[in-house]
Ligand binder design. Structure first.
Ligand code: NAD
Ligand code: DAU
Length: 332
């Protein structure tokens, strides 16, 4: 298969690109704007792999999309603004990329008659106190990030219903693993702990997330692309749930630090309390997650310890300014 992978220079998109090239022998054209979250360094293992190519461009730019799409059989769209805190501080880019960008890709898929997979999130369902969300749960997003992702999902479904576009949606729970930008909870806490910086816990730290190892989620996306029914949504959640406080405590243990680094800070506005996904529908297609949280977290800490070349340029660049704006203090 020849795939157009949008947002393939980011955390999950680069994992997916690696898997499709090395495990499936697909051809992959990556189209990516290279925002702060996208890096060509994420391709260091596949740069010279036959079948891989990279195009620098934005998904909301129809000319860039037209230039990248030639010969592709399907579009897999990872490209998005993805961080909830940034969507609260500066929502503008979220509307452009997640909204107009998705629309631009759908139009291109329609014109060329391509299969389309939208990578989406459990955050479209909002927060759940008990039990798990299914694909039939109502959509109730809380943040500008999740609202724009929900809008994009609805647009994707409208292209199936109205134009018969062969579109599927795969909604994931919280991903973690190598190559994740350190604005997200797990890499932020690992790098702060390694450096001896304080560990900022929002509110009471009892919010629960349903953690999935990035390679498991990437495989779920490939599975839905190959076996999903057009017009359908598939949830792919991780095998374990964990309150934030426990995640931080485990990271402290794995990095050999102590709890004096923990610091309770002002809560995120509109903070969702708990996410939990039922993945029965995608499991019925033959996918299941293979990495438990304890094992994946240990592997992730080891990866960050051993790959300073990847995160040192991030932690010493613009990220420091972002960190000061978001947390009101400097990194060491
Ligand atoms: P990321 O922030 O690591 O990467 C996003 C990528 O998109 C970057 O390479 C960036 O350069 C690119 N991009 C941003 N705007 C673009 C534009 N206008 N045009 C082209 N490229 C653009 O994100 P991620 O964590 O890998 O998430 C990928 C997708 O998975 C997103 O759609 C996200 O909503 C979804 N998702 C993420 C998680 C998670 O826990 N990280 C969970 C479920 C779903
Ligand atoms: O659920 C899937 C979603 O997971 C994806 O769609 C999003 O793209 C991704 O960013 C992630 O959203 P969250 O808001 O759940 O992830 P984040 O890593 O920002 O936060 C995880 C939890 O940790 C959340 O309850 C907020 C808390 N947190 C986060 C940070 C960055 C802290 O307590 N302190 C922090 O410094």
């Amino acid at each position: 298969m020849k795939l157009l992978v949008c947002g393939g220079a980011g955390f999950i998109g680069s994992t997916f690109t690696r898997q499709r090239l090395l495990e499936h022998g697909d051809e992959v054209v990556v189209l990516d704007k290279l925002t702060y979250a996208g890096r060509e360094d994420n391709f260091h293992e596949i740069r010279d792999t036959p079948g891989f190519s990279f195009i620098h461009g934005a998904i909301e730019d129809s000319a860039a999309v037209a230039g990248a799409i030639t010969g592709c059989e399907a579009i897999v769209n990872f490209a998005a603004e993805t961080h909830v805190d940034r969507s609260i501080a500066e929502p503008d880019a979220f509307v452009t990329t997640n909204g107009k960008g998705t629309y631009t890709l759908l139009e291109a898929a329609r014109k060329h008659g391509l299969r389309y997979l939208q990578v989406s999130t459990d955050e479209v369902y909002g927060s759940i106190e008990k039990g798990s969300f299914t694909e039939l749960s109502p959509l109730a997003p809380s943040s500008p990030y999740s609202a724009t992702k929900t809008g994009a999902d609805l647009l994707v479904q409208s292209y199936f219903h109205t134009f018969g576009l062969e579109a599927v949606i795969c909604r994931g729970s919280n991903n973690y693993g190598p190559y994740q930008y350190p604005e997200k909870l797990i890499p932020l806490m690992i790098l702060n702990a390694l450096a001896g910086d304080s560990l900022p816990i929002y509110g009471d730290g009892q919010q629960v997330r349903n953690w999935i190892f990035v390679e498991d989620f990437s495989r779920a996306i490939g599975h839905v692309l190959e076996h999903g029914t057009p017009g359908e949504v598939y949830n792919a959640g991780g095998p374990d749930e964990c309150p934030n406080l426990e995640v931080v405590e485990r990271i402290i243990e794995l990095t050999g630090r102590d709890s004096s680094l923990m610091e309770y800070v002002t809560d995120r506005p509109g903070h969702d309390r708990r996410y939990s996904l039922s993945s029965d529908k995608v499991r019925a297609l033959g996918w299941e997650p293979s990495v438990r949280f304890a094992q994946g977290l240990e592997q992730t800490v080891t990866w960050y310890r051993e790959n300073g070349w990847w995160w040192e340029p991030v932690r010493s660049g613009d990220y420091r300014e972002y960190y000061e704006r978001q947390y009101g203090k400097s990194l060491r």
